[in-house]
Ligand binder design. Sequence first.
Ligand code: IPM
Ligand code: MG
Length: 375
Amino acid sequence: MIGADMNTYKIAVLPGDGIGPEVMEQALRVLDAAERKFSFRTERTVCYVGGAAIDHCGKALPEETLRVCESADAILFGSVGGPKWDALPPDERPERGALLPLRKHFNLYANLRPGICLPELVEASPIKNSIIPNGFDILCVRELTGGMYFGEPKFYGERNGETLALDTLVYKKSEVERIAHVAFAAARGRRGKLCSVDKANVLLSSVMWREVMDAIAPQYPDVELTHMYVDNAAMQLVRNPGQFDVMVTENTFGDILTDEMAIVCGSLGMLPSASLCRNGSSTFGLYEPSGGSAPDIAGKGIANPIAQILSMAMLLRYSCRETAAANAVEEAVRRVIAAGYRTGDLCSGSTGEIPVGTTAMGDAIIAALEQPHLF
Ligand code: IPM
Ligand code: MG
């Protein structure tokens, strides 16, 4: 039987809220086309997560969803949250109630956030054209399961007659070592430059962070390691983003810097992300767009599906090792942008732009994947 020996991957599909379902639909259509072209298969199970799960099952991360994720090779995640659920207690809200437990449960310690500004989209960036004439390509490696997000003790209450709130920024050396290896390996596969971002002039956790980076550097003689304080890094990302190749940083710094990186790229609608746990030779991951659920434009058919499509490509690359398919999807996106196709977030009013909605962008990417010579 044809296809009986095809590689098959189990994917948990969690579209979530807001624009999640509509951009997910396009990512799955592109995935269908990639499967046809590169002869592999995926078995997909769609589950509720976030606000949609609160509405249907009473909580942001239902047991059933977790069970499906546990038996999958990877999770393709849409986005969660929206005004409807904002009044809930913080721990029950879609973002904290679903994303953070998923990260912790699956030990997704390595968050890869590529920040690519394509030359054709320089106009969409708030950074002056003269600073980034050819766009830029940064990869931020954010530690995702340590630091203040999860550090104990956490406390909010009364102590000695005063209201007091406490978060703990704690790292184990082993946690810094494993993220260091992810970052050095990524730099080795790119332009060989790694910038470690910390606050070692103030924080002891950063002093250790820096020492660990320096100690591991000799294992990667082909990578040039530099250090930068986080306040300076925030400034340099605006002043000259092109100076960075790979950045590596702790959880909270990474949260802030990646939002900044995203906006200097032009549009959140272009940026994918991968949250990974390496186990020997296999890589489990949760793949999601960097942007949020964008409730203001949800359901209008105008959202940019590219971040979701590129997240799916990262899933193919890291969890399925379908490198040729991942490359082809990324190449199809580049061709479609070069050909002028633009969702609203990317339009700059230049001549040659072809304004399209969510589905038409999906159609164009599928066409470019199937018939690259036409683009
Ligand atoms: C992100 C988000 C999350 C984070 C929120 C939604 C918990 O901002 O993925 O960057 O802070 O990590
Ligand atoms: Mg964030």
